[in-house]
Ligand binder design. Structure first.
Ligand SMILES: [Fe+2]
Ligand SMILES: [Fe+2]
Length: 191
């Protein structure tokens, strides 16, 4: 599944949505917060968007790609360091989808599919079951990325972006198949 390569059109769509989010929201600030291991929330969100798209391609599922990507990029848009016990709300695991959705709605237009992706991505932990195909794909991709990032499975690791501020101890990993879309994105984002 990982070996699936995104099409140029999909990479461009991901690139366009990412640029919009960087321009209109505080998405870039998520580079400053570590999510799993040494992976920032920013990179985690990009990984989840990429893997969600690949899952849809692998299983040949007809999806709304724009909503899938937007929802995946914003699914952890909670904008705080959950390792910081003073700033992190209690029960972060259960509460952060709601916080992410509130932030997303405050800063950006969020449609019903994107809302489903964000609010239900922690299923089965939160018992909020995804209602859409896109919601299910992001929820599954999120678990996959969590494992890859937490245990630093080098084979699947992706590179960090070189724009904005880095998360603490950013991870430098070996190039691999998942880096291809990222390299194109990096190049276009820096233009
Ligand atoms: Fe999450
Ligand atoms: Fe996540």
């Amino acid at each position: 599944m990982i070996a699936i390569t995104l099409t140029i059109r999909q990479i461009k769509l991901l690139d366009d949505i990412l640029k919009q989010l960087i321009k209109k929201t505080q998405f870039l600030a998520s580079k400053e917060f570590v999510q799993h291991g040494k992976t920032s929330v920013f990179n985690h969100s990009l990984n989840v968007a990429t893997i969600s798209l690949k899952l849809a391609c692998f299983f040949n599922i007809n999806i709304d790609e724009k909503s899938l990507i937007t929802g995946a990029l914003l699914h952890d848009y909670f904008l705080y360091d959950w390792h910081d016990k003073q700033r992190c709300p209690s029960w972060h695991c259960f509460k952060h989808p709601k916080i992410a959705l509130e932030n997303a709605k405050r800063d950006f237009y969020v449609n019903t599919i994107e809302e489903d992706i964000i609010i239900n991505h922690m299923f089965p932990l939160t018992l909020n079951v995804p209602k859409t195909k896109e919601g299910w794909l992001v929820s599954i991709a999120d678990k996959f990325c969590c494992i890859v990032e937490t245990f630093r499975l080098q084979k699947y690791q992706t590179r960090q972006w070189n724009i904005g501020r880095q998360a603490k101890n950013p991870q430098i990993s070996k190039p691999n198949i998942m880096n291809e879309p990222r390299r194109i994105l990096e190049a276009s984002a820096l233009r």
